[in-house]
Design a protein around this ligand. Structure first.
Ligand SMILES: *Cc1c(COP(=O)(O)O)cnc(C)c1O
Length: 356
């Protein structure tokens, strides 16, 4: 908002949210504040509780998602803080295809009887709602990583709430530009800020966004006592990245859509998975060897895990032991960046198998 009189549009708010009030000689953006301790009797007190550079990032992401944001040292710290809301022995409904770290964390909690996990196919809305009966939390990731399946978030939220379960959505792939789960009633939104929000492959950070003050207080407490706080410098960089989210993601999405059309017509590609929005594309080649040959054959695309940076990268997901066995051996996940679409296509086409 500028003067509160009319709602500003997303791209404008990405630039203005979390900005200090205008004043002569004041910096336009919140600078990095490096401090472990602050003068007593104020709002901040100690560096594990608060930091002005985190606060600026949190104000911006909170405004874009439609809630109150609590930032963390990494996406996994944010995931863990939300899973810690589940009472001991409570059930978590979770997608069988989701970020490998989330799956591993849930399996580890399950192994010591801290939670029970109910794995679901998130495209099967009725099955997800049935599993939510008696559950404490429904965890959604949509689109899923790397299968790129979509959940019907509004329908699942209605069903889960009727069953008394909280709903958390990992919104890392879509970002608030393309999907705002809180508008569909979700209780918690989780981000790996590391990916699109920061957007330059140079930092790790996470975030949780919620509207219920009690949930916000619990998540904030989990950060203060768990100690997984972000660094002031990384929060500063993440906010700098967030300012350009709409231009970066809109460009990467347009390039991804053009690449998808070419991949769909390529005889060497068995299957192209693309949910219709965003800049992650998964392609399936005939087998692991063909996929490895692609990853080693490209020159412009970088062989690297992670995603959401300005540079295009790719990886064969099953090279990770933790990846779900239902993900094909020949699946390569492409993270489309900001290079010229024809350069990206020519590089891919030169390394793709002639046929499958
Ligand atoms: C990367 C990722 C995470 C974990 O975030 P880190 O910042 O690596 O800790 C969680 N969820 C999804 C969907 C991710 O892609």
């Amino acid at each position: 908002m500028d003067d509160g009189s009319r709602p500003l549009r997303f791209a404008t708010r990405a630039v203005t949210a979390g900005r200090p009030p205008a004043a002569p000689d004041a910096p336009l953006n919140q600078p990095v504040v490096l401090a472990s301790t602050y003068g007593s009797f104020g709002e901040l007190e100690y560096g594990r509780y608060a930091n002005p550079s985190w606060a600026a990032f949190e104000a911006a992401l909170g405004e874009l998602e439609g809630g109150t944001c609590v930032s963390f040292a990494s996406g996994m710290a944010a995931v863990s803080a939300v899973l810690d809301l589940v009472p001991t022995g409570g059930t978590v409904v979770a997608p069988r295809h989701s970020y490998t770290g989330t799956v591993a964390r849930l399996q580890e909690l399950e192994a010591r009887d801290a939670v029970r996990a109910a794995w679901v196919d998130i495209t099967d809305t009725a099955a997800v709602i049935a599993a939510a009966r008696g559950a404490a939390l429904v965890w959604l990731e949509s689109p899923t990583n790397p299968a790129l399946e979509l959940a019907d978030v509004p329908a699942i939220v209605r069903g889960a709430h009727a069953a008394g379960a909280l709903v958390a959505v990992d919104n890392t792939f879509a970002t608030p530009l393309l999907q705002r789960p809180i508008e569909h009633g979700a209780d918690l939104v989780v981000h790996s800020v590391t990916k699109y929000l920061a957007g330059h492959s140079d930092l790790l950070m996470g975030a949780v966004v919620a509207t219920d003050p009690e949930l916000v207080a619990k998540v904030t407490g989990a950060r203060s006592l768990g100690g997984a706080v972000p660094s002031a410098f990384e929060a500063f960089l993440a906010l700098r990245g967030l300012r350009t989210l709409p231009v970066r993601l809109e460009r990467a999405q347009a390039t991804a859509q053009r690449l998808v059309r070419r991949l769909e017509g390529h005889p060497g590609v068995t299957e192209t998975r693309y949910p219709g929005f965003g800049a992650i594309v998964s392609i399936v080649l005939s087998d692991a060897a063909a996929a490895d040959a692609l990853v080693h054959g490209v020159r412009l695309w970088r062989a690297a895990t992670s995603l959401g940076g300005v540079e295009s990268s790719l990886e064969r997901r099953r090279r990770w032991a933790g990846e779900a066995p239902t993900i094909p051996e020949g699946l390569v996940r492409l993270s489309v960046g900001l290079e010229d679409v024809d350069d990206l296509w020519e590089d891919l086409a030169a390394a793709l198998p002639a046929d499958s």
